[in-house]
Ligand binder design. Structure first.
Ligand SMILES: [Zn+2]
Length: 268
């Protein structure tokens, strides 16, 4: 099944980038605020649960797909709530809404973007997921779980002040610095998604090829998107995506996801 993995472009941080003064390129990370580089999230240990039961899907109906995604959301809540609390932040669940059409109005966050699978709206702490035909037929595709976990990663960034701090850079800094911050934020969401998948992996009973196919898959997305908003400029190269996905998966924790302290070479 071909999945429109464009969810990767559906970041919470889509916005206008302003051109500004150029900064000299360095190989190390720019000096970001402590909320980005020293967030207690990075020291909050492994995710709360290691077992996530995926409901069986047999008939390929809308109701079945909804049940499946709600179960994954519940796993995400259970996995992340103790981590967020341990890091000293208040945990709240993200609202989860299924939409059936691109362009649907999504609260105060405008309209559901074309080509996206899921979006996170930070203002409302709400996640919107497009129940397209491919999803209804095969909701158990690992890429879809990963997409949910990626958007949930933006929710974790929102709860821990990371998203807000990144938005300030994006709004005020030069275009190249804004893009770099955006990439660091998106790659972090990838890492956080993989921390979840890695943490519950053994309970899923999936073949290892599911994961290796997912690691390879991103390349096609980036290639297909070309210079559009979901391009490597905003979401990182295939190599960077693979790196952070693998790191998160292995660590099963946000400890591996400090993209804001990583050298530029790791977030290109
Ligand atoms: Zn994103």
């Amino acid at each position: 099944m071909r999945i429109p993995r464009l969810a990767l472009m559906a970041g919470a941080l889509v916005g206008v980038l302003f051109a500004g003064t150029a900064h000299a390129a360095t190989s190390s990370a720019p000096s970001y605020k402590p909320v980005l580089t020293k967030n207690k999230l990075y020291k909050s240990g492994k995710l709360g649960i290691s077992v996530c039961e995926e409901p069986e899907v047999t008939s390929g109906t809308v109701d079945e797909a909804k049940i499946y995604f709600e179960a994954v959301m519940e796993c995400l809540d259970k996995a992340w709530s103790p981590v967020v609390k341990k890091a000293g932040y208040r945990f709240t669940k993200t609202k989860f809404t299924v939409v059936t059409k691109e362009g649907t109005k999504i609260g105060t966050c405008g309209r559901f973007p074309w080509g996206a699978q899921a979006v996170y709206c930070p203002k409302e702490k709400a996640m919107y997921f497009l129940l397209s035909d491919n999803v209804i037929e095969e909701p158990t595709d690992l890429a879809l779980m990963q997409v949910l976990a990626h958007e949930y990663g933006h929710h974790i960034q929102q709860l821990t002040g990371i998203l807000k701090a990144t938005d300030v850079i994006i709004a005020k800094d030069s275009e190249s610095r804004a893009l770099e911050a955006l990439r660091r934020s998106e790659l972090q969401a990838q890492c956080l998604s993989a921390a979840f998948v890695g943490r519950v992996w053994n309970s899923l009973g999936r073949p290892d090829t599911d994961w290796s196919i997912l690691l390879k898959g991103h390349h096609n997305v980036v290639a297909a998107l070309g210079a559009r908003s979901g391009s490597e400029e905003t979401h990182g190269s295939h190599a960077s995506n693979k790196l952070w996905l693998e790191r998160g998966f292995k660590a099963q924790s946000a400890s591996a996801c400090n993209t804001f302290s990583a050298p530029k070479s790791k977030v290109h």
